[in-house]
Design a protein around this ligand. Structure first.
Ligand SMILES: Cc1cc2nc3c(=O)[nH]c(=O)nc-3n(C[C@H](O)[C@H](O)[C@H](O)COP(=O)(O)OP(=O)(O)OC[C@H]3O[C@@H](n4cnc5c(N)ncnc54)[C@H](O)[C@@H]3O)c2cc1C
Length: 431
């Protein structure tokens, strides 16, 4: 099946605004190599894991099937947020209040870690703070306010302010939202430059990166052998950060995630004045619908607007028209604005929308299924994997304890079931 990744036409805005060059070339793997850890996947999960492992003194080889940032990490909306892709009530139900509190605090740490990595490794990725979680209808107003109260009461989280009326219009210039939560600890960045910056930092720490080197099979054992078309890596540990692009590499993980494509457009540069009539404080925003829309400004003042899903890898019909109409409805001043780029990427969704971390045997680690909420969490996942391999697994296990059920049905049935479920939620979004 084609994935959104294969329909990246025209090229994404991110690919056209790369500001980070690799430290050294990343040639395909040729021949046999022996290392301590083989990392599979050159997104944020894999690059962060490789960096943190190398900093701990491990010899690391990273295999990327295409190029660094080819997957979701290089295509994303770039919003970095505390929390998970699921609501905190789901985590509480599964793990209990105390454990949920630990997970929540780790998700905040994920955001801080992102900022620290950017600073420490001087990654030019336009990090900016401020995020709005916007209600679209009265039901959302109630839900968002309850969420704010719950986080303040049970989690001591005070970084959310409720905004409406003029106070909200000072941050987003539209009448479309009856209110929004403003989150001081959320923000946004250029996701591809961030990912490339992590890869460069990993190289500087001693990691060897092999692009165009898909892992075709993992022979489990001690060491484990990872085969690519023209070589093999033998390693004491394997870390898999392939997320929605995993395919059939690890049969044990079949059905634990569902792949869905998500789409983004980037307008022409709006100029300072027009941009200030959209997001005057340069916040990121996503709405509270289940099938949500999200947007932000790029450093050169383009509106980067995301939303819409598909499950068969084909771009939804009329996508461009729908995106144009949404932008014009929110911001009439942008009616007829030129769209310079349109691209898609694949998201890995779990059934409960909490991320899926775990081990297979004692030496294969994986982290996946961030359910559209991985920009910050994936960086933390890499750090926690490195800690666990180093012998301190408590924080990795705080996530790995989350129970996950498989999507029902085989691959053929799973997609129609998810389409049905999403159609239900889309309908609910309209109520
Ligand atoms: C359109 C879009 C918008 C998004 N917006 C946001 C957002 O605003 N905020 C947010 O928090 N999250 C967002 N996400 C989700 C976020 O981008 C992901 O959760 C995160 O980037 C996952 O990182 P990763 O490294 O685990 O996976 P990926 O970045 O997908 O990387 C996986 C890599 O593994 C490689 N690979 C796969 N199989 C193999 C193999 N066999 N051998 C070698 N390499 C392999 C792939 O080529 C790929 O490069 C968005 C995702 C998409 C697609």
């Amino acid at each position: 099946m084609a994935t959104a990744a294969q329909t990246d036409r025209p090229a994404s805005y991110y690919r056209d605004s790369i500001a980070v060059r690799p430290e050294q070339a990343c040639p395909p793997l040729e021949g046999d190599r022996r290392v301590d850890v083989c990392v599979i996947g050159g997104g944020i999960t894999g690059c962060s894991a490789a960096l943190h492992l190398a900093e701990r003194g491990y010899r690391v080889a990273l295999l990327e099937a295409r190029e660094i940032g080819f997957g979701a990490s290089g295509r994303s909306g770039g919003q970095i947020l505390p929390g998970l892709g699921t609501d905190i009530a789901t985590v509480e139900q599964a793990l209990g209040r105390e454990h949920a509190r630990e997970v929540w605090e780790l998700s905040r740490e994920a955001v801080r870690l992102t900022a620290t990595l950017i600073e420490r490794h001087a990654i030019p990725c336009d990090l900016a703070w401020g995020y709005l979680h916007a209600a679209v209808k009265p039901r959302h107003v109630r839900e968002l306010r309850q969420f704010q109260e719950r986080l303040a009461r049970d989690y001591g989280y005070e970084a959310l302010d409720w905004l409406e009326g003029e106070a909200l219009r000072e941050r987003v210039v539209t009448d479309a939202y009856p209110g929004a939560l403003f989150e001081r600890e959320g923000g946004h960045l250029h996701p591809l430059n961030y990912t490339l910056g992590l890869a460069r930092a990993a190289q500087r720490a001693g990691v060897t990166i092999h692009e165009h080197s898909p892992a075709l099979a993992i022979r489990r054992g001690q060491p484990a052998d990872v085969t690519t078309p023209r070589g093999q890596v033998s390693a004491d540990f394997v870390v898999v950060g392939a997320n929605a692009y995993l395919g059939r590499l690890l049969p044990e993980l079949e059905g634990r995630i569902m792949r869905a494509a998500n789409y983004i457009v980037a307008t022409e540069p709006l100029g300072e004045e027009r941009a200030a009539r959209v997001l005057p404080k340069n916040d990121a925003l996503s709405d509270a619908n289940f099938v949500l829309d999200y947007y932000r400004l790029s450093a050169d003042k383009r509106l980067i607007y995301g939303g819409e899903v598909s499950y068969d890898g084909r771009e939804p019909r009329g996508l461009q028209r729908r995106m144009d109409a949404k932008i014009a409805r929110l911001f009439p001043a942008l009616e007829g604005v030129r769209i310079d780029y349109r691209w898609g990427g694949d998201v890995a969704i779990t059934l409960n929308r909490a991320p899926d971390f775990g081990r297979l045997g004692h030496n294969v680690y994986y982290a996946q299924g961030y359910s559209g909420h991985g920009m910050a969490l994936a960086g933390l996942a890499g750090q926690l994997v490195a800690e666990a391999i180093g012998g301190q697994s408590e924080r990795f296990d705080a996530f790995a304890a989350m129970p996950h059920r498989r999507f029902p049905g085989g691959e053929r049935l799973r997609t129609p079931l998810l389409v049905l479920a999403t159609a239900f939620y889309k309908l609910r979004d309209r109520l």
